[in-house]
Write a protein of this length. Structure first.
Ligand code: UT7
Length: 333
């Protein structure tokens, strides 16, 4: 009997309409287009302007896009996972609301948070449910409304992040396609360098904290940068070695879009040509849990059945890793 593997069989995405360009940011904080472009590769990002709409709004739109593009019946979906660092609210899961809104009424659902590695770790979780034989499909959505925790007076963070969502459907596969291997790691000593300190269970959100912006995300950019460059590249290199893959065997690198220089460093470590490196950071910035599915959505038409895709991510926590996946279908367009 052949082993069941978990393959991505459908993709969808959504980004909000409002475009926050580097030029607009120049009017908000002491920065400039040249600095942002050369240090990060970002030209613009999308922002969900409506305060009454949370991450679920983005997640629902991305999932609906996937369902519509592939003529799926949402009632056939068995599990909905929303990977996010910015859930709609505490206690009530964003995934449950999302699942009900898209009509996935036969599914169970939950949220997953590993900061910028939420989607990467979510791929591992989704695949495990399928490989175990207990479920035949899982809808994995990566969605973040980063603008809800960004201080637009802090030039160290507001130039980087954007809002967006992407969704993939994992299904059982008996041709050996899909997730082949993973190398995932965490190091909690890194949490002091990237966090939104107040508003969780350890530090209450008082009126004073709120007035000082303590609920916003803070990062010590240089330390996060150094750790991201080392660990993301290291994880990608380890995955290649462990699977006896040379650079010629790799068709695509889908790396977390946090900074173009971090992506380039990862590609250089595995000696990969630029044409094989998926990039959309210039359009969306760092959308945290949404970067990997947004990449897959943007490159879907170029992906071919059997392509070897190396995923890599690094984020707050610290959490990082790499996944080797064999793409399962040719473009449906
Ligand atoms: O997705 C989760 C993981 N997050 C990341 O991977 C982000 C990792 N970090 C980074 O991408 C980079 O560290 C940043 C883009 C955040 C910052 O780039 P950097 O090259 O590390 O700059 P820096 O923080 O070392 O700052 C260099 C200089 C400083 O000025 P001085 O001290 O040299 O005079 C900063 O004050 O650039 C200044 N600076 C800015 N200047 C113009 C910092 N932010 C800005 C800005 N515009 N927005």
């Amino acid at each position: 009997m052949s082993k069941i593997s978990a393959a991505i069989t459908a993709v969808g995405a959504y980004v909000p309409e409002y475009v926050l360009t580097n030029q607009i940011l120049e009017t908000m904080v002491d920065t400039n287009d040249e600095w942002i472009t050369s240090r990060t590769g970002i030209k613009e990002r999308r922002i969900l302007k409506d305060d009454g709409k949370g991450t679920s709004f983005l997640a629902i739109k991305a999932a609906q896009n996937l369902i519509d593009k592939n003529n799926l019946d949402p009632k056939d979906i068995e599990l909905v996972i929303v990977a996010t660092a910015t859930p709609d609210m505490k206690a009530a899961s964003t995934a449950s609301f999302t699942a009900t809104e898209i009509g996935a009424t036969n599914a169970f659902s939950f949220d997953m948070d590993a900061a910028c590695s939420s989607f990467l770790f979510g791929m591992s979780v989704a695949a495990s449910y399928i490989e175990s034989g207990r479920y035949k499909n899982v809808l994995l959505i990566g969605a973040d409304k980063m603008s809800s925790i960004i201080n637009y007076k802090d030039r160290a963070t507001c130039i980087i992040f954007g809002d967006g969502a992407g969704a993939v459907l994992f299904e059982a596969n008996d041709e050996g396609l899909g997730l082949k291997d993973e190398y995932l790691r965490s190091d909690g000593s890194g949490r002091e360098f990237l966090q939104a300190t107040y508003g969780g269970s350890s530090h209450a959100l008082t009126a004073e904290v709120l007035a000082n912006g303590g609920h916003y995300a803070f990062q010590e950019g240089r330390t996060v940068f150094k750790n991201a460059v080392f660990n993301m590249a290291d994880a990608a290199e380890k995955i290649l070695k462990r699977n006896n893959l040379t650079k010629n065997d790799v068709d695509w690198l889908a790396a977390h879009q946090a900074n173009k220089r971090i992506i380039d460093a990862t590609a250089q470590r595995i000696d990969l040509e630029d044409e094989k490196v998926m990039i959309n950071i210039h359009k969306y910035g760092n959308t945290t849990s949404a970067t990997l599915p947004l990449l897959i959505n943007d490159y879907e038409s170029q992906l071919k059945k059997g392509d070897n895709v190396i995923f890599a991510a690094f984020g707050g926590g610290f959490n990082w890793g790499s996944i080797y996946l064999k793409w399962a279908y040719n473009s449906k367009n």
